[in-house]
Ligand binder design. Structure first.
Ligand SMILES: [Zn+2]
Length: 170
């Protein structure tokens, strides 16, 4: 496994619509392993392949104290409710924003063995799924910010205080 180089907000790859993964090849397995390692290194909750410069429909989510969740070719099948969250993004360091997300979502896709999976989620996992699936369509959370008052500068995550206390970097 290897740490991949993170891509940040001005990188055009973050604005491209990612392509479907046609076959889960060895190269895809390697990419998935690298994404897990990169996400662990960044101490984030979720990572989408475009964030490491690969325009393919793959997301990895690591909920606290849980095994990594890998979804290949994910598709949003249902969203219910609406709630306000404070959200950050590993590709937009130093900021968090207040936006609206769904209360619960249902996502289907494939795991890294190619087996069909269906995930019904609420709370942080639902937020992470919406955030990561948006990345695959070239959408960033800041696109939902209604006005400047809802975007806040925060200390880098390494400090004692800041984003890590109030929000998760997804
Ligand atoms: Zn993000």
């Amino acid at each position: 496994m290897a740490i991949r180089e993170m891509r940040y907000i001005s990188d055009p790859v973050l604005r491209k619509k990612a392509k479907r993964v046609p076959v889960i090849s060895n190269a895809i397995q390697q990419l998935v392993s690298d994404m897990i390692e990169t996400l662990q290194q960044e101490q984030g909750v979720g990572l989408a392949a475009p964030q490491v410069g690969v325009s393919l429909r793959i997301v990895v989510i690591i909920m606290p104290e849980e095994e990594p969740l890998v979804i290949i070719n994910p598709k949003m099948v249902k969203r219910t409710g609406e709630r306000e969250v404070t959200e950050g993004c590993l590709s937009i360091p130093g900021y968090v924003g207040e936006i609206k997300r769904s209360v619960s979502v249902t996502v289907k896709g494939e795991d890294r063995q190619g087996k069909a999976i269906r995930i019904k989620a609420a709370g942080l996992l639902a937020e992470a799924l919406e955030h990561e699936l948006d990345h695959l369509n070239g959408i960033l959370y800041i696109d939902y910010i209604e006005n400047q008052d809802k975007l806040h500068k925060v200390e880098p995550k390494a400090s004692d205080e800041g984003a890590s206390d109030t929000s998760e970097q997804v």
